[in-house]
Design a protein around this ligand. Sequence first.
Ligand code: AHM
Ligand code: MG
Length: 315
Amino acid sequence: MTELAQWLSQQPVDSELGSVIASMAAAGAEIVDMLEQAPIEGLVGLVGSVNVQGEEQKQLDVISNDIVLKHLRQNPAVSILVSEELDEAVHMENQGAYMVATDPLDGSSNLDVNVTVGTIFSVLRANGGLTQPGTAQLAAGYIAYGPATTLVVTVGSGVAVFTLDKNGAFQMTHENVRVPEASAEYAINTARERFWDAATKGYVAENVAGESGAAGKRYNMRWIGSMVADVHRILMRGGIFLYPLDSETASKGGRLRLLYEANPMAMVMEQAGAAAITGRERILDIVPSGIHQRVPVILGSSEEVRRVEAWYAKG
Ligand code: AHM
Ligand code: MG
């Protein structure tokens, strides 16, 4: 088996960039230790504060953020941290070459029901400024805390998957993962149908129509409501995930955040042969207007993403 450190040493990345990925992996191992004990320790529910996004923070969101911050502070290669849980970017007292953008605990509304959640991360050059497009990412990935703890990472040459073993080491369990181009599974929060635009309504209606619809095949709907879990399913067996711009999220630009949700997932998808768009443009091409910017997200199997894109092109 190939351990993460060994794999990193074989990748076209310098040892400092490799160390940033190793720090995120170490933070993930500590977060899952904490999550496994959280119900016993009584670490559930809200902390009583609201983050910059106007969302209530859970205790575990705050603790996970602290764990990531601790690991990155210990790494002299990292000089800037952008986090979903922190209003402002953290500038460390070093000249480290790298910046990390992270959602330390995505899907935390699922924690009280023991559903897979995860840590998402994006690594960029620190000297490129806070608002670099996703194409500038040097590495990206996520750690999914499910039945197994899974690290998914790309450094721009394919996607590798590692599983945390009992000794605390990440062992490679899939190399060069490819998302199937065709799929018959879609993921969208259908309770929001009344807010959808014509393209989303048209695409989903075709899927619901099954064999008699324009797609000519029967679809299944799978929605976990935890982006890491939904994206991981798509990475491993194909499918499409949609959180489109709708009439309710339009004023904010969308639901999901560009720097630490959409961009890292888009890089993983593209590196696995899949696609990621807003409906009208490639996610990785967007130049952010702010560190907490939101965007529509449509990602997954390329045939399905192209179908949605065709719907957007109609109007
Ligand atoms: P979070 O970062 O506050 O956890 O929000 C992100 C989550 C995603 O994991 C998930 O895809 C989406 O929000 C679910 O949104 P909704 O509750 O509107 O269905
Ligand atoms: Mg999130």
